[in-house]
Design a protein around this ligand. Structure first.
Ligand SMILES: C[S@@+](CC[C@H](N)C(=O)[O-])C[C@H]1O[C@@H](n2cnc3c(N)ncnc32)[C@H](O)[C@@H]1O
Length: 496
């Protein structure tokens, strides 16, 4: 840490302002905490020792805490190192750090309230139903998409950083081993722990086909089809969210507590009102009506479902998914096996092209050039094998997740945190299943808002491009970086 600071200072070629402590103190005394924070931030970036930074951050933290007790008494929620409270820049609520956090610190980690693998991703990669990590071998993955694996494919076993990381393999994980659902449905798991957890605590506890009555199971299948055909995976996420709400009730939470936790605490709007135009609004109305009927059949045998099968609640939940959901994106471990894949040659090349087929049906807009929006291209066998061997062929596992802490993080084109996915093994004391965690990308001083880039590719792009991108998220970005650039753009050239 000290080394990093010193390196940073050396790069800047100067140390902190010799008067920074005096300036900091006088801003504190005049209760100008924003200025005090900036002085501290500048001192940190100019190489002040981490010990000193922490000491003065603590001073700021104490003063801010006292101010908040008097002026902004409402802490709406707490998530590990972060609190949720109102912002002062018109962005509604936001996530803040009350205390100093250095680089690379884990700010929070959580299991999503509800999550699922996207339909298109489900067809092309077989994952653990609990943690969404791809499992099995190249052979089982090819079989999953209906292809005959070439000789040697059985030996290429899937592991990735999360299953076999620096700390050793995930507990109970054996590369290549697949645990089928104990109830006999077609879902699979990477460990016994993931399987047991999913059958007790995840939406699979209720949506396991082998546990459902035939009419409910066939309604779930119809909902999957509807979500696919309408290209609206959130319709299916509704079923997972309702299942999780029922489980939370069964675990002892009251109806109001559950509704608050899964729905009312989040930004929301009726789904139809978020449509881009009248035609889309009408289509949404029809899809919702169909989904509504199917949800009633899916949960017909769950007594507690009646509390949540309320069209207003569910339409609001769909609106919430659209406003605050996180796109799941987990790297495919087969991309790590490049050199070994080359040995499988022609036969594999043919299979790989087929493997890519479902993913070529991308829905990005023509003309989009960013990597995260790139449209699938049709490729031939040789090209497929080449990109497989160079670790670029296999698409990330895609899905969608509703996560509490994440839903309160506002966007910035200059983010100070990143959000990642991890299986249970990545951090000590995690349980099985999918986890999201948030890590600081630079030192955060008390009162700083935690900000992420909703679209990572906006970072470093011109203002116009950034504004355009964020408009697709339904708001005009007024992050610090955009506000500064807007002011600079307004400046006219001085007369010559
Ligand atoms: C994931 S939510 C963040 C929490 C939200 N502020 C709240 O009060 O629940 C995303 C919403 O926050 C607002 N927002 C986030 N970042 C913003 C930004 N950079 N500029 C303007 N509004 C923003 C937008 O209304 C957006 O739809």
């Amino acid at each position: 840490m000290t080394e990093r600071l010193l390196t940073g200072a050396a790069m800047l070629g100067e140390g902190p302002d010799p008067n920074w402590v005096d300036n900091f103190s006088s801003f504190i005394l005049s209760q100008d905490y924003d200025q005090a924070r900036e002085v501290l931030r500048a001192a940190i970036s100019r190489g002040v020792s981490s010990q000193l930074a922490e000491q003065y951050a603590k001073v700021l933290e104490d003063f801010l805490q006292k101010r908040d007790e008097v002026e902004h008494p409402v802490i709406l929620a707490q998530h590990d190192q972060c609190i949720v409270r109102q912002t002062v820049n018109g962005q509604g609520r936001g996530l803040f750090v009350p205390s100093y956090q250095t680089w690379g610190v884990q700010l929070w980690k959580q299991r999503p309230l509800a999550f699922m693998q996207s339909g298109i991703s489900r067809r092309s990669v077989q994952v653990c139903c609990a943690c969404l990590l791809p499992i099995g071998s190249l052979a089982s993955q090819l079989r999953h998409v209906g292809l005959d694996p070439p000789a040697g494919a059985e030996e290429i076993l899937l592991t990735n950083g999360d299953q076999v990381g620096e700390e050793g393999p995930k507990e109970g994980f054996t590369p290549g081993q697949v645990f089928p659902c104990a109830e006999g449905c077609s879902e699979v798991f990477c460990t016994e722990a993931c399987r047991a957890w999913a059958l007790a605590e995840s939406s699979h506890a209720i949506l396991c086909r082998s546990r459902m009555e035939p009419s409910s199971s066939s309604a779930l299948q119809s909902l999957e089809q509807l979500a696919d055909e309408a290209d609206q995976e959130h319709l299916l996420l509704l079923a997972h969210a309702v299942a999780q709400m029922i489980l939370a009730r069964k675990a002892g939470a009251s109806e109001e507590q559950v509704k608050h936790r899964f729905a009312y605490q989040f930004a929301s709007a009726p789904w139809k009102t978020l449509a881009e135009n009248e035609t889309d609004a009408q289509a949404r109305e029809e899809w919702f009506a169909q989904a509504w009927e199917l949800l009633k059949s899916i949960f017909a045998f769950e007594d507690l479902a009646v509390e949540f099968l309320d069209p207003e609640l569910l339409s609001g939940l769909l609106g919430t998914f659209e406003l605050v959901n996180m796109c799941v994106s987990i790297p495919h471990p087969l991309n790590l096996h490049g050199p070994r894949l080359r040995l499988l040659g022609e036969e594999l090349a043919a299979a790989l092209v087929k493997l890519q087929e479902p993913l070529q049906d991308s829905d990005s807009e023509p003309g989009e050039e960013d990597a995260d929006d790139a449209e699938g291209e049709v490729i031939n066998g040789a090209e497929a094998l080449e990109s497989a061997c160079t670790g670029q062929l296999f698409e990330n596992v895609m899905g969608t997740a509703l996560c509490e802490a994440l839903a309160f993080i506002n966007h910035s084109c200059l983010p100070n945190c990143r959000v990642e996915f991890a299986s249970g093994s990545q951090f000590e004391a995690n349980g099985p299943g999918l986890w999201l965690y948030c890590v600081s990308r630079r030192p955060l001083v008390p009162g700083d808002e935690v900000l992420m880039a909703y679209v990572p590719s906006v970072v470093g792009k011109p203002l116009e491009v950034r504004q355009q991108k964020m408009k697709k998220f339904g708001f005009e970005c007024n992050c610090r970086s955009c506000e500064t650039d807007k002011v600079l753009e307004m400046e006219v050239e001085p007369p010559t």
